[in-house]
Ligand binder design. Structure first.
Ligand SMILES: CC(C)(COP(=O)(O)OP(=O)(O)OC[C@H]1O[C@@H](n2cnc3c(N)ncnc32)[C@H](O)[C@@H]1OP(=O)(O)O)[C@@H](O)C(=O)NCCC(=O)NCCS
Length: 202
């Protein structure tokens, strides 16, 4: 079962926002299932040097990104969402990947469009998808990885309650240089202990 199956048409009540069905909402953050026509947006964001640097993705032709998004949509082990502002403006991509319903594990991936960073949105989106994973899916352990020098990502993961488990040394090659990867996790009992309102309280 995917997060999308679980949320679409359920008691949360889907909302239309600028022509998109918002299947999950947390305060001002709306999540809409990613679709193939979003490939152009992803391509633009992935061309941003900061995203290319931190996520290890370099520009590809639109056709290749469309095919990749099609694979995402077909993949039962991942759920991909476009992040929408209240007026429907798409501002990022967040995903729960590698979902294992037996072990209750998944990985979180997040990127915000250039110009949308540094004003608290990253934390709000991460909290929203964490609440989806623990509140609607039987996840027990969420993980996230980022370059060990990605200060905003380290700050956002820590603010959302993740614990740094360690460092995968020299795990990533970028521009001819090896980078350490910081590995984070959040367990269900730790999420239970968080004092912040949940997505459904907002
Ligand atoms: C990582 C990312 C999602 C963070 O989202 P964001 O909206 O920019 O972050 P926020 O505004 O929520 O910032 C959260 C915290 O990070 C801190 N922070 C932001 N930029 C920072 C920087 N350059 N250095 C240190 N701390 C920083 C903020 O001060 C804030 O902490 P505070 O509320 O205690 O002041 C976003 O920057 C992004 O999409 N980056 C490109 C892709 C990427 O790196 N993804 C993660 C890899 S998987």
């Amino acid at each position: 079962m995917s997060a999308d199956d679980k949320t679409t048409g359920d008691e949360h009540g889907d909302e239309e926002e600028a022509g998109r069905v918002v299947s999950w909402r947390a305060g001002s953050v709306g999540l809409a299932a990613l679709d193939t026509d979003d490939a152009e947006l992803l391509l633009g964001w992935r061309s941003d040097p900061l995203i290319a640097h931190h996520m290890g993705i370099w520009p590809r032709p639109l056709s290749a990104v469309r095919e990749r998004v099609e694979r995402y949509v077909d993949d039962d082990e991942r759920d991909d969402f476009l992040v929408l502002l209240p007026d429907g403006t798409p501002v990022g991509h967040v995903a729960l990947t590698g979902q294992n319903m037996v072990d209750g594990t998944a990985e979180v991936e997040l990127m915000l469009a250039p110009g949308e960073r540094g004003r608290g949105l990253g934390t709000a989106v991460l909290d929203a998808v964490v609440d989806l994973a623990f509140g609607e899916l039987p996840m027990y352990r969420l993980t996230a990885e980022t370059h060990a020098d990605n200060a905003p990502a380290l700050a956002v993961l820590t603010k959302s309650g993740f614990t740094r488990e360690g460092t995968s040394r020299a795990a990533c090659l970028h521009r001819g240089r090896r980078h350490d990867i910081a590995v984070f996790s959040l367990l269900r009992p730790e999420w239970d202990e968080l004092k912040r309102p949940r997505a459904w309280d907002a």
